[in-house]
Ligand binder design. Structure first.
Ligand SMILES: *[C@@H]1O[C@H](CO)[C@@H](O)[C@H](O)[C@H]1NC(C)=O
Ligand SMILES: *[C@@H]1O[C@H](CO)[C@@H](O)[C@H](O)[C@H]1NC(C)=O
Ligand SMILES: *[C@@H]1O[C@H](CO)[C@@H](O)[C@H](O)[C@H]1NC(C)=O
Ligand SMILES: *[C@@H]1O[C@H](CO)[C@@H](O)[C@H](O)[C@H]1NC(C)=O
Ligand SMILES: *[C@@H]1O[C@H](CO)[C@@H](O)[C@H](O)[C@H]1NC(C)=O
Length: 370
């Protein structure tokens, strides 16, 4: 063999070895990493997608649509979405049940987890829940105890938190609050223990350079142009300043049985002092909300994005589109049954609102990392 032939053979040999190494390395890195939570191991290190559902705990509302309960139609739509874009979990904004004297809680959970929502890409997915006012007014401990009874149900305490690794580098942090004890007293923080817990976690998250996104979930929205509840003054007065101070990106809420999106364009430094919304400044006009557009784009830090997702199946509430709030803009509102699909990676978060009767998202917002 000439020197040249040896060189060619060696090159071919090293190419083959290199190819092997590439195959081995790539198969190792495609092996899924997981984030261990108390009960679940979520696939981690990748982009994250989940469905956000609220006020769905109603199997017997006033009317059926397409011969089915609205919650069933919403679930079918979630299944259809998850078929195209798989999800790793379902998050609820509360009102997971509406107590009825003749309905046992176990039967309700059983129906949801094992029938209505246990199809296609939703099957066996973990549910992360918060308590809504209806959950609290019955027996919240029941729903907490359900965590050890049902593999998919995750409500370990009245408030809890976790982080998930995204794109192998960064963290998305989730904080699940108990609005019941926070949302009802305008004169003082309703639940000092929870308030201090929230502040400590937010402080820790702000110190951790790996934390890219912070999402907080509380049933009662501080801002709402809904006919039934409107703004929640205690949340606005006591919790909102913490969300601004510690750079929370998204506040997930429900309570008002429709879909809304607010942007509150303040930061810790620009936030005005709390002022109650005067009682007499608006009359609800109930006219159809006409949004400026169907999508919006933001840069992280431009404000707090409030998602109201309470259209999961309970009787819908109309909007008061001309209701003005002091501190936030109603960017979108829709009175149809639906849910949101949330996508998170290290460069962006997107929140798409889906209504059961429309194929494309009815609204889409994207927040880009700086
Ligand atoms: C909740 O947050 C605290 C404070 O940042 C952190 O130490 C703890 O690990 C978090 N809990 C989970 C389950 O990630
Ligand atoms: C937030 O605002 C308060 C009051 O104005 C100020 O004391 C504090 O230093 C600010 N914090 C940050 C993180 O900017
Ligand atoms: C609004 O009305 C309620 C009762 O009707 C009253 O307790 C409350 O003080 C009023 N709030 C303001 C800001 O006027
Ligand atoms: C709201 O409606 C009431 C009763 O119709 C009326 O007295 C009041 O002036 C209205 N307020 C506004 C701000 O339009
Ligand atoms: C909202 O619309 C109603 C009916 O058109 C009107 O009476 C009310 O004054 C409006 N309120 C505001 C704040 O524009």
């Amino acid at each position: 063999m000439s020197a040249k032939e040896v060189w060619v053979l060696l090159s071919i040999y090293s190419l083959i070895v290199a190819a092997f190494i590439v195959v081995i390395v790539s198969s190792a890195s495609s092996q899924s990493k997981t984030t261990k939570l108390e009960k679940f191991e979520l696939v981690a290190g990748q982009p994250l997608r989940f469905h956000l559902l609220g006020d769905f705990g109603e199997l017997d509302p006033y009317e059926k649509i397409y011969n089915e309960y609205p919650v069933q139609v919403v679930a079918q739509r979630m299944v259809a979405n998850a078929y195209v874009r798989p999800i790793s979990m379902i998050i609820t904004t509360g009102d997971n049940r509406y107590p009825k004297p003749d309905s046992k809680f176990d039967q309700v959970i059983y129906k949801y987890l094992y029938h209505i929502f246990n199809k296609g890409g939703l099957q066996s997915k973990p549910w992360f829940l918060v308590l809504g006012n209806h959950d609290c007014s019955s027996n919240p401990q029941y729903e907490i105890d359900a965590t050890s009874l049902y593999p998919m149900w995750h409500l370990p305490r009245k408030f809890y938190n976790f982080t998930i690794e995204i794109d192998n580098k960064y963290l998305a942090a989730f904080i699940f609050m108990n609005g019941c004890s926070l949302a009802h007293d305008i004169n003082k923080v309703g639940d000092l223990e929870q308030y201090e817990w929230l502040e400590k976690i937010l402080k820790d998250l702000n110190r951790n350079p790996r934390v890219k996104w912070i999402l907080v979930n509380i049933h009662e929205p501080p801002f709402s142009a809904g006919i039934h509840h409107g703004d929640n003054e205690p949340i606005k007065k006591f919790i909102l300043p913490l969300l601004f101070k510690y750079n929370v990106d998204i506040l997930m809420t429900g309570h008002e049985h429709n879909m809304q999106y607010f942007i509150s364009r303040y930061s810790n430094d620009t936030m005005p002092p709390y002022e109650p919304l005067p009682n007499s400044t608006f009359n609800c006009s109930k006219e159809e909300f006409v949004p400026y557009n169907r999508e919006s784009f933001w840069i992280k830090g431009q404000g707090l994005h409030e998602i109201v997702q309470g259209a999961g199946g309970a009787e819908l509430y109309e909007l008061c589109p001309n209701k003005t709030t002091e501190m936030a803009d109603l960017v979108y509102g829709n009175v149809q049954f639906g849910f949101s699909e949330v996508y998170i990676d290290s460069t962006m978060i997107s929140v798409d609102y889906y209504a059961i009767d429309e194929g494309d998202p009815v609204y889409s917002l994207k927040i880009y990392a700086k």
